[in-house]
Design a binder for this molecule. Structure first.
Ligand code: FES
Length: 108
C-alpha cells in the first residue's frame, strides 16, 4: 500500500514507473522510492530469514537502523531496502542468514 493522498502533505509525487525483480518475479515500482515500499505495495511481507532459526523478518524501523529489511540487491547481500532507492531492472533476492559473500561460513 502506498499513500496516494496525505492529509497534510497532499497528493504524492510519483516518478517514472519501472520494474524490479524479486526472486525472479517482476514487480512494478516507482523509480527512487525505497525498495521496501515497492515490495510492501506488491504484498511482500518478509524480506529475509535470520541466521539462527531462519525466522522471517520484514520492515521494523524503516529508517535504516535495525537491519531487519536487508536483502540481496544486484548480488550484494545485506542491503537495507528501507533506505535504498529503486532503479529500473534491479534484481532483489530474499536473504537467508547472512547472505552469500562467496565465503562459506556455514550459512547460505
Ligand atoms: S527496517 Fe530497519 S533498517 Fe530497514
Amino acid at each position: 500500500m502506498r499513500v496516494d493522498e496525505h492529509p497534510i502533505l497532499g497528493p504524492a509525487a510519483r516518478s517514472n514507473r519501472v520494474w524490479i525483480e524479486l526472486d525472479g518475479k517482476r514487480i512494478e515500482a516507482y523509480e527512487g522510492e525505497p525498495i521496501a515500499v515497492a515490495l510492501i505495495a506488491a504484498g511482500v511481507k518478509w524480506f529475509r530469514k535470520t541466521v539462527k532459526g531462519h525466522a522471517p523478518r520484514g520492515i521494523f524501523c524503516a529508517i535504516g537502523r535495525c537491519t531487519d529489511c536487508v536483502m540481496i540487491v544486484d548480488g550484494i547481500p545485506n542491503v537495507k531496502t528501507c533506505v535504498t532507492p529503486v532503479r529500473n531492472g534491479m534484481k532483489v533476492q530474499t536473504q537467508i542468514g547472512r547472505g552469500n559473500w562467496g565465503v562459506s561460513d556455514g550459512e547460505v
